[in-house]
Structure formats: C-alpha cells, structure tokens
Design a protein around this ligand. Sequence first.
Ligand code: CP
Length: 308
Amino acid sequence: MRHLLDTTDLSVKEIDDLVALAMDIIENKQKYSHMCDGKKLATLFFEPSTRTRLSFEAAMMELGGNVLGFSEASSSSASKGESVSDTIKMVSCYADIIAMRHPLEGAPRVASCKSDVPVINAGDGGHSHPTQTLTDLLTVFREKGRFDNLTIGLCGDLKFGRTVHSLIKAMCRYSNIKFVLIAPKELSVPDYIKTNYLEEKGMEYIETDDMEAVMPQLDILYMTRIQRERFFSEDEYLKYKDAFILDTDKLQNAKADLTIMHPLPRVNEITTAVDDDPRAKYFVQALNGKFVRMALIITLLKWGGALS
Ligand code: CP
C-alpha cells in the first residue's frame, strides 16, 4: 500500500504515468465510469476547501464510487478532543481511501502510520499540497506539451504557499527549468526549499519583487494568494495583501503563449478582466484537478490491491 504525502513520494515515471492516465480519462470518460463501483472515498477536511474536497468527491463519483466525510473539524469528534491517529484508525474501517487536509504540518504523515488504507495529503499547513501539484503538472502538460525547457514565475506568498513549495519540488526534477521567484523579501521561499531543492539540484533561479520587469521572460506565471490565515497578525497581512495584482496592463509585455495559473481561491491578486485573456488558465486548471484526482484514486487503489 502506498500513500501520497508529498510530491516527491512519486517518481518522475509515476508522475508521467498519472498524467497519461488523466489524459486518457479526459478522452475516454465512459471507460472509467464504473472503475470504482462499490469503493468509498473519505474526505476528512479539518481546514476549509472548495476545489480540493469537491474535486476529490466529484472524481470518486465519476468513477462510480461513493464518498463520505466531513468538511470542518467542528463537525467531527476532533472537536471533542479525538486525536488524528484515532480518527484515521476509525475512518480506515469505513473507507477504501482517505483524502485529508489539516492545518498542522505533518498531520497526514501521522495519519498514514495508523491507516489501513491509502492516505492522500490534501494540504497540510504551509508544508505541502501534492494533489495541487499533480493538477498543476497536468495543466502544464496540456498547455505546453512538455515539462522541461520552461521559465516559471512564481508570484505572491512564496513563504507560506504550500502549492509553491510542492511545485518547486516537482519541477526541480526536469531539465532546463528556470525559476523566477517574485515576492516581497519577507514572503520569499523558505531556506529549506532553496537549500534542499533549488541549490541541491543546481537549479537556475532569481528572486525579485518586480513582476513587470521579469514578465517578458516567463513561459508560466503562477500567481498565489497572500494567505490571511497564515499570518500571526492582521496588521502583517494588511502590509502584504496587495503586494502583487496582475492586471491586463502588466501583461502587455508578456509572451503570446504565456500560461497564467493560480491554484485558487484568488482574492484580488488577479483582476477579473484577466479572466478574458486566452492565456488565463486557472479555471481549466481547477477542472484538471478532478481528472488527475481520478487518476490518483485509481492508481493508489491498484497499488494497494483494492482494484485489479
Ligand atoms: N487550490 C486549493 O487547494 O483550493 P481549495 O482550498 O479550495 O481546496
């Protein structure tokens, strides 16, 4: 049995296979519509979500399976003091696979040690969000047709942004990738990501707070939200909340085939006028999340022997 706790739990070959399976699902939906008949997915969300939880649930439903779970800790026995370990032990009696989001970094890893079924990290604090990265990779593949020879701009809260951390870990394994890290100094990529991934893997990267200056270089612009919930005070959040706002003017010098991505939700870091630009792919990206989660559910159930 395998779990998915971090992007690097999957080899490059396994990611390629998941993307290929997701592509086949997109092209041949009917072929997969009874693949998970009789199987159950539990979604345990101790932290709010729209896309991740609902796309997991839609994914399992489109595979013919069923879903159960909770969308906030207050509606589970966690509110009575039950530990993550005990919760998972129970839920793994009721479900064939579990997707779990938790505000504490490492909580899904603790859960995986107690679970009798595969556990998927659906986001843990500021640490990691591997299924968002699979979503991002499928989007890159569909838009660019490749994972190498790309200049990727990552913009916004790069310190607490778990989607950014997971995406850097994944893209460091491809060739000729250049990262352009666009953030205020105080919200820059954590040192462990720089040391253990960017520097360890010899990646080319620059850090800047001038989005417009670097715009013409970018093949992909990955915008992120300044996350109010990760700051220790409201004043700190207010200082940075409008640090970067992508509007149509700032796109004037961008490449014609730029791909604009965002894990969503957005607040005001991309103006709604940008939505009409054909280079804006963040809503397609959210749809890709359902297809890649279908591929992941099938794959983990197969690896665990629950599907043939
Ligand atoms: N991208 C993402 O994780 O969105 P949700 O928080 O809505 O799940």
